[in-house]
Ligand binder design. Structure first.
Ligand code: SF4
Length: 773
């Protein structure tokens, strides 16, 4: 009553709610939720891999705070990290396993869910063969989770039709590294951002997607004594472009031509590092001829829309740097020429000797928290420990470690993600098991996907949240999420981080590894063959260490204890490098090719298959925003994030806005050959060039992947998410945009402080002060 009166009189200043109290770890915290304990862990959202502490009170996560001693983030977190504890207690958590009965998902016991699913899987395999089951994994799992899942799928279920959602984001980087260096594995460290003279960001909006990396760039001047020259190459003037000294607004998907054009200028001007090329690369003569024949600056200017003078300027700044770092993300990878574009970036680094030393590398930044872990031990596109399905030696090694017959190990990879969807559509695959991913929002050309998935006899979704895909499932396996299970994530710089368990799994959920292990008991002899020694996550980790021993991604010198103590360790970590290794391919690590040298590859620019014209005159680009995570399964119920980015939008250039007679806040309809979205909010901005537009892919109620094209890279199978032809219509201009003349050349709208060419030095001279650990 007193409280009510106080409230009416305006005297209730919520003293108790907002009172602060001293905490031994983090100073002042809210009194009402002062943690009883802090658990040192790792963020479970993105591939940056920030260290954090989870505050726990009354068996609930009440705080996440950045770990000040962690080398990745030094105490800072982005908005998603700061609010991560709220995700665990989201109201749409899945409480228990479910089976669809009379068209309604109904809670059941684990025994019923496993029995029902195993019987259905066995029946399908009996009728259609073992490979009639396919599995889609995820970069959200802990390494222990998908290592267990991979063993079960490939060796237990006996199907190699197993791929991951990482095909939608990182697969092109994997294949590009394999083609150039003989193996996957990002060669750099985040600290290279602090040591580089030139930083070239290609299709990488790190300000939105990897914001903590900006801290490492911010340290550069203090360390090197001068500000690095930052080149941002992007068709969109993203938040990251604000950091640029040279902003390069290329036409969509022309980055490969641009990079080849830079190589031309470098050869023409004699700026290449001949000594490095001679000592450490294959294919120089052929590569040089290819570049000088096909990529003269005048042609590259036509393709990219960047004037010749600027092309020379970028080449000078990059080749003239003692240490040049090139980093990229989805703008490069999510393309039907993504693999070749990665190889082109690698070529540029190789001809200038920018690899294997401090501040210099071609560096792919990963998207999901454990996209790297799936690459190392996922058992999808390669076998655990970066082993090759086609290598008898590799298969023999694994069979010995696992104490199984070599015959059980497949000799080739099965279908990739898009091939699995095709095979479902053709009726070849009858059962699909989806884990911690949400294709009903994330996959391109949604209409085609949904039509195909309707043909399945059973779709199992394993997830912690009632995602759009889970709602369509026949069976749901209820999974624990971040903070409710224990294991490791590998971040973009090869740092294996420990993510500790702070809470019990929610309701009747189980950790993903435990779900797989328990499910395996419903298949004769499989548990005994594969998992009988797995009692704890650390048991799984110990086996992973054995599998990695002697490989490039060597974990053999790690332990959970060391990972926690050191804030993660970068592989390889073994007897030779007991503290891990900051960089790959320094003088003491050969490239993973037969002769130890990197390959210079003759890769070609190809124009977009779906060109904007006629009925669809604009080019659509899709991407992310810092407040939301992928398809929002984790973020849509976190108020602080949703208040910042509550709704989808479409960015259009002011010139296009004039044509459509719209202003910011109006609504438009956007459509492609594949679908249409109505009532999408307009943001009028110079960030996108005329004739292009941008829509984030997070929002299921405005599913932009209804429009995107199902065209894939031939090596990585990654979708060409970033460009497709669209039309925009408004109420005042219902016929949409009509473009009469096609633009040929672009313009540099922002350029300042471009560094001048420093004296050309040889690889040896440049490297002599570069110490490696
Ligand atoms: Fe988490 Fe990535 Fe944000 Fe770091 S940058 S707090 S890893 S989401």
């Amino acid at each position: 009553m007193i409280d009510k009166i106080k409230k009416i009189l305006g005297l209730d200043i919520k003293n108790d709610k907002y009172a602060l109290i001293d905490d031994e770890m983090f100073g002042k915290v809210a009194k009402a939720k002062k943690p009883e304990r802090w658990i040192r862990s790792t963020c479970g959202y993105c591939g940056v891999g920030c260290g954090l502490y989870i505050g726990v009170k009354d068996d609930k996560a009440v705080y996440t705070k950045g770990d000040p001693a962690h080398p990745v983030n030094m105490g800072t977190l982005c908005p998603k990290g700061v609010s991560e504890h709220k995700m665990v207690h989201s109201f749409d958590r899945i409480k228990s396993p479910m089976i669809k009965k009379e068209d309604k998902l109904t809670e059941v016991s684990w025994d019923e869910a496993f029995r029902h699913t195993s019987e259905k899987f066995k029946e399908i395999q009996k009728r259609y063969g073992k490979k009639a089951i396919a599995v889609i994994s995820t970069g959200q799992f802990l390494t222990e989770d998908f290592y267990t899942l991979g063993k079960f799928v490939q060796l237990g279920l006996g199907t190699n039709n197993y791929c991951g959602n990482t095909t939608l984001c990182m697969a092109s980087a994997v294949m590009g590294y394999k083609h150039s260096f003989g193996s996957d594995g990002p060669p750099a460290s985040y600290e290279d951002f602090s040591h580089a003279d030139t930083i070239m960001l290609i299709g990488a909006n790190i300000a939105d997607n990897h914001p903590i990396l900006k801290l490492h760039i911010a340290k550069n001047k203090k360390i090197t004594g001068k500000k690095p020259t930052i080149i941002v190459i992007d068709p969109r003037y993203s938040k990251t472009a604000n950091m640029a000294d040279i902003f390069v607004p290329i036409k969509p998907r022309t980055d490969l031509a641009l990079i080849n054009g830079l190589c031309y200028i470098i050869f023409e001007q004699g700026w290449e590092d001949e000594k490095f090329i001679k000592e450490r690369t294959n294919g120089y003569k052929k590569f040089k001829k290819h570049i000088l024949t096909k990529y003269p600056p005048q042609d590259v200017a036509q393709i990219t829309g960047i004037d010749i003078k600027t092309l020379y300027e970028i080449a000078r700044v990059y080749a003239g740097a003692n240490r040049a770092l090139s980093a990229w993300t989805m703008g490069v990878n999510q393309s039907s020429i993504g693999t070749d574009t990665v190889s082109a970036i690698n070529n540029l680094a190789l001809i200038t000797g920018n690899i294997g030393k401090k501040g210099a590398a071609p560096f792919s930044i990963t998207g999901q928290c454990n996209a790297m872990g799936t690459r190392e031990f996922g058992f999808t596109s390669s076998m655990p420990g970066y082993r090759d399905f086609s290598s008898k030696k590799d298969r023999q090694e694994l069979a010995k470690i696992w104490n199984i017959s070599e015959e059980l190990i497949p000799q080739s990879r099965g279908y990739s993600y898009p091939q699995i969807i095709e095979a479902i559509d053709k009726g070849e695959i009858k059962a699909l098991w989806i884990t911690a991913t949400n294709p009903f929002v994330s996959y391109p050309n949604q209409k085609k996907l949904k039509k195909a998935l309707k043909k399945l006899e059973i779709m199992v979704v394993q997830d912690a949240f009632m995602s759009e895909s889970a709602k369509e499932a026949d069976v749901i396996f209820a999974a624990a999420t971040w903070s409710e299970k224990e294991g490791v994530y590998t971040n973009s710089e090869r740092r294996c981080n420990l993510a500790k368990q702070a809470l019990k799994p929610y309701a009747d959920s189980m950790s993903d590894a435990n779900i797989v292990i328990e499910f395996s008991k419903y298949f004769d002899g499989i548990y005994e063959m594969l998992f009988k020694d797995f009692k704890t996550p650390e048991d799984i980790f110990e086996e992973i260490k054995e599998v990695s021993r002697g490989r490039l991604c060597d974990y053999s010198g790690m332990s959970y204890e060391l990972l926690e103590k050191r804030g993660g360790i970068q592989w390889p970590c073994n007897q030779k490098y007991p503290k891990g290794k900051k960089r790959l391919y320094s003088d003491d690590i050969d490239f993973a090719t037969p002769n130890g040298k990197a390959n210079l590859l003759c890769v070609e620019y190809k124009s977009l298959k779906e060109q904007s014209s006629g009925d669809f005159p604009l080019t659509l680009n899709t991407g992310r925003t810092v407040e939301q995570w992928h398809t929002r399964t984790k973020t849509k119920n976190i108020r602080i994030l949703n208040d910042l980015a509550p709704k989808s939008w479409c960015e259009i250039n002011p010139k296009d806005a004039r044509k459509l007679q719209v202003k910011s806040g109006d609504k438009i309809t956007i459509s492609s050959k594949r679908g249409s979205i109505d009532e999408l909010l307009v943001k009028v901005t110079e960030c996108v060039r005329e004739g292009t537009c941008f829509v984030p892919f997070h929002f299921a109620d405005k599913p932009i992947n209804d429009l995107t094209v199902d065209e894939f890279d031939p090596y990585s199978f990654e979708p060409n998410f970033k460009q497709c032809a669209v039309q925009i219509k408004s109420r005042k201009v219902p016929e949409g945009i009509v473009i009469k003349d096609k633009e040929i050349a672009g313009e540099i709208s922002y350029r300042k402080n471009a560094a001048t060419l420093e004296e050309k030095t040889t690889y040896k001279e440049r490297s002599k002060n570069d110490t490696e650990n």
